[in-house]
Structure formats: structure tokens, C-alpha cells
Design a protein around this ligand. Structure first.
Ligand code: SF4
Length: 121
């Protein structure tokens, strides 16, 4: 992504925008899709300048939600998540991939499945 932001060649830019339009059209078509990210962790080892969770921010309490907390937070929304947004992968030494996968499963499950899933952890 960062490399794409430094492209200045007009032909290459045109190709990038055409490809982005093609991908957007193939996935979403004319639908309006609203994302409601659920942050399951703020444990991050990266330093993205636009973000409030970079590693250099030592003011934050760093933690990962439990599966029960994820199920509860997800239950507050009236829509069914089809995707999950997690900052956890940015710190693989502090948050395991299995936790992220379980969190995605919990946050995208139906309400009844979600409660069972959270209770089994
Ligand atoms: S949480 Fe995500 S966006 Fe924020 S610093 Fe970490 S990797 Fe970057």
C-alpha cells in the first residue's frame, strides 16, 4: 500500500485506478456497504502515523478483549458482521493468531452461536 502511494507515472496510476475500480465493482457492485469495525485488541507493534494505537503511544492501557467481551460488544449491534477488523495481527508476539481467528469466529457468528462460542473459551 505505501509503495502504491508513491507512484507518479500517469500510465501506472491509470492502471492502479482501473484495477481498483474493477475490484470494487466485482465485490460490491452498486451496493452501499457500511463497515462497523470491532477492535478486539489494541496491542500493536507498528507505528502507523494516522492511528491512535501505535507502539510509541505509551499512554494507552494495552489489552485484548475476551471472547465473552467480543460476543457482548457484537451483540450491541443490530446487524450481522460479515467482516472483522482487528489490530491484533500487528503484534504477533503479544496476540496469537489463534486468538484472532477465534475473535473473527465470535464476531461473525449468529447470536446463539456467538454465545456458545464465547462460553467454550
Ligand atoms: S493498530 Fe493497525 S493502523 Fe494502528 S499502528 Fe497498529 S498496524 Fe498501524
Amino acid at each position: 500500500m505505501a509503495a502504491l502511494m508513491h507512484v507518479s507515472d500517469p500510465d501506472l496510476l491509470h492502471e492502479i485506478f482501473d484495477t481498483a475500480q474493477h475490484v470494487k465493482q466485482a465485490i460490491y457492485g452498486r451496493r452501499l456497504v457500511i463497515f462497523a469495525p470491532l477492535y478486539v485488541s489494541n496491542m500493536c507493534a507498528n507505528e502507523c502515523t494516522y492511528c491512535a494505537f501505535p507502539a510509541r503511544n505509551t499512554e494507552l492501557e494495552r489489552r485484548a478483549l475476551t471472547q465473552e467481551e467480543i460476543a457482548r460488544e457484537r451483540g450491541r449491534s443490530s446487524t450481522r458482521a460479515t467482516s472483522a477488523c482487528c489490530s491484533s495481527p500487528a503484534s504477533p508476539t503479544r496476540v496469537r493468531v489463534s486468538y484472532v481467528l477465534k475473535s473473527i469466529e465470535t464476531s461473525t457468528a449468529s447470536p446463539m452461536t456467538r454465545e456458545k462460542s464465547a462460553a467454550s473459551t
